[in-house]
Structure formats: structure tokens, C-alpha cells
Design a protein around this ligand. Structure first.
Ligand code: F6R
Length: 231
């Protein structure tokens, strides 16, 4: 099953950020009350910073957008430095002037809230080193629901880079594959040579639970990668 995949290769991480900001801003201008599933992680941060610059000069208005949390560790409060809710607030919600945000705490309530929104217009995603989406760790079936789970060693290792001396919580909650794949559009941002093999697997390998990101090819997918991730 393949739908429309657009692959946009930018020469470097800076131009990747500008292209991602263009894509997201265009969507918000077309539908100011866009509902957006929002990845944290390192890759989208320069794009969010670029969007904040555009908001600051009045080039785009996010005040009617709803930001929806993609994933979270278990057992961390909102004020914990490792809280992904806190990271989303600092990097996306506050700098873009967003006034509505959906927090991921209880799987059933979260999926009901998304249904009340009428579904997600856009999912902004990063690519896990093991092919995870959010914290949908391999193996994840395309209908895997929003749920709690234990992180894999690969994700614990990649997430350790975020928190310095602080331990990575081993439990997590993630928006399900069902939620992500039902988004009306998906934007996957990929940067760096360390993502090259998994990006190839996601876009050119079999669609398999072993590479959850491979199922994104079932969606209206735009991939923006830098040259290091796609050569
Ligand atoms: C973060 C998230 C993760 C990251 C992925 C890539 O909210 O859901 O799936 O998007 O691990 O992380 P970076 O961008 O740090 O390489």
C-alpha cells in the first residue's frame, strides 16, 4: 500500500529547518486551526526556532493551532527537566503563541480527545535510530494503539544524549501507530549520517513492524532530510 511520498533533500541541517518551517507555516496559513502532533527530540528544534522567528515578525499566526503531545516518559512530572511535555511547551507551544495543547497522560482519554478534534491534520515526526515513531518501538503493528511500554536499549541510548547526567526513564507512553497513521499529513524530519541506513529501510524496505516508520508510506508523507541522511 503506497500513497503519496514526497522526498525533499536539503543540503544541510540549516536548510532542512527552513524547508520544514516553510512546510508547516504553509499548512497553518491554509488552515489556521490546524491540529498538530508534535515531536520533540533534536531534529525538529531548529525548525521550531525558525517558526518562532516567523511568528515574532507576524509572518504566520499559530494562535488557533492545537498542539498534541506525541510521547512522554512515565514517572516524570511536568516540571521534571526530562519531561517531554515541558520540552514541547518550551520549544513549540510558548514560542509560537499556541494556546491549546493536548497532554498525553491516559491512552483512552488521549484518543478520545483526538477524536473530538476531528482527527489530526499534521504529525511532525522524527526518526528513531531503530525506526521508532514517537515511542512506537519495533515491533509495532500499524494498528498499535496509544499505550504504555518499556523503551528498547536503542531508544534508551539515543535518549541519553538529551539529559546529560540524568537517567533516561525506562517506561514511556506514546501516541499509537493508529493515531499517527490516521493523520491527514505526516512530516518526517531526518538529519545526519547516523540516520542514513534506517531512513533507507523506512522508505525503500518492506513495510514491516520491525521498522515502524516504514508504515508512514501509507500516509500522505513528506520527508525532509539533509544530504548526510540521504546520499
Ligand atoms: C520525540 C520522539 C522520538 C524522536 C526520535 C528522533 O518526541 O518521539 O521518536 O523523534 O527518537 O530523535 P532525534 O530527533 O533526537 O534524533
Amino acid at each position: 500500500m503506497v500513497s503519496e511520498v514526497t522526498l525533499d533533500i536539503q543540503p544541510d541541517a540549516e536548510r532542512l529547518a527552513a524547508a520544514a518551517a516553510d512546510y508547516i507555516a504553509t499548512r497553518v496559513r491554509a488552515k489556521p486551526d490546524l491540529s498538530i502532533l508534535v515531536a520533540t527530540g533534536n531534529t525538529p528544534m531548529p525548525a521550531y526556532a525558525e517558526l518562532a522567528r516567523r511568528v515574532a515578525v507576524g509572518a504566520v499566526d499559530f494562535s488557533r493551532v492545537t498542539a498534541v503531545q506525541l510521547d512522554e516518559y512515565l514517572g516524570v512530572s511536568g516540571s521534571d527537566p526530562r519531561s517531554l511535555w515541558g520540552w514541547m511547551e518550551r520549544s513549540f507551544v510558548e514560542p509560537l503563541g499556541i494556546t491549546r495543547a493536548v497532554r498525553l497522560e491516559d491512552p483512552a482519554q488521549f484518543e478520545a480527545e483526538i477524536a473530538r478534534l476531528g482527527g489530526l491534520d499534521l504529525a511532525i515526526l522524527g526518526l528513531g535510530p531503530n525506526g521508532h515513531l514517537g515511542f512506537n518501538e519495533p515491533p509495532s503493528q500499524p494498528d498499535a494503539p496509544t499505550r504504555t511500554l518499556e523503551l528498547t536499549p536503542a531508544s534508551l541510548a539515543s535518549n541519553a544524549a538529551y539529559w546529560g547526567e540524568l537517567a533516561v526513564p525506562t517506561g514511556a507512553i506514546t501516541a499509537g501507530m493508529d493515531v499517527i497513521l490516521a493523520a491527514r499529513a505526516c512530516l518526517l524530519l531526518v538529519s545526519g549520517a547516523h540516520k542514513r541506513a534506517i531512513l533507507r529501510a523506512a522508505l525503500e524496505g518492506p513495510q514491516t513492524p520491525a521498522v515502524p516508520a516504514s508504515f508512514l508510506r501509507r500516509t500522505a508523507l513528506t520527508v525532509i532530510a539533509d544530504g548526510a541522511a540521504w546520499t
